[in-house]
Design a protein around this ligand. Sequence first.
Ligand SMILES: [Fe+2]
Length: 250
Amino acid sequence: MSTFSRRHFFSAAASIAAVAVTPRTAFAQAPAAAPAAAPAASGPFVVPPLGYAFNAFEPHIDAKTMEIHHDKHHGAYVANLNTIAKNNPQLGTAAVTDVLGNLNALNDDIKFAVRNNLGGHANHTMFWQIMGPGGGKPEGDVLAAIDRDLGGMEKFQNDFNAAGLRQFGSGWVFVTVAKDGKLAIETRPNQDNPIMDGKRALMGNDVWEHAYYLNYQNRRADYLKAWWNTVNWGKVAERYAAARTGTLGV
Ligand SMILES: [Fe+2]
């Protein structure tokens, strides 16, 4: 299908404007004690502040990696989006999920950049959200779904780590969640997100080297194992419940 015109996108964005709160707005309510958001070109996109300190995951993820990852890498995606939004203001008003779910509605001159940078913004927003110190253990509906669809926690973690290790080059390993609650392990290259093909990420791990190289160098397998110590299972449970009601954002 050929690309839609800007006017077409504009009308789509206008219809989206009535839809619920965007993730950007939701993250404006993050705890006051969180580190300041990374400086970025001014505009509608912001890096959501972390709800914890950069060193919260030592020794599993070192503070410097967290700082660079959040402030510089995520910051760059946001700065790029704000640059694009200067000439494409509709990008800043549409819900992120709607834009990522309809990339073909974008003009060719921005489609590739939006895919990478809005994908990166969505992926990292989810990533910071589903991590947290003292994250507990899976329980309730999420644990039941893991047992039912992923063969229990041990098999799930082994399969998830293996998928993350197999992802060639940069990318992500996700657990996707369907509207009926069914879970699946899936990988995506670069900054692609399951939203781009009509799915939703319940949780995911970043296997770009920038996520682990300072501490783990080439040892991605060690990073994948250690990362489980950072997962905030309460937040995963919230996301699972939201997915079941069709209200999960990025
Ligand atoms: Fe990353």
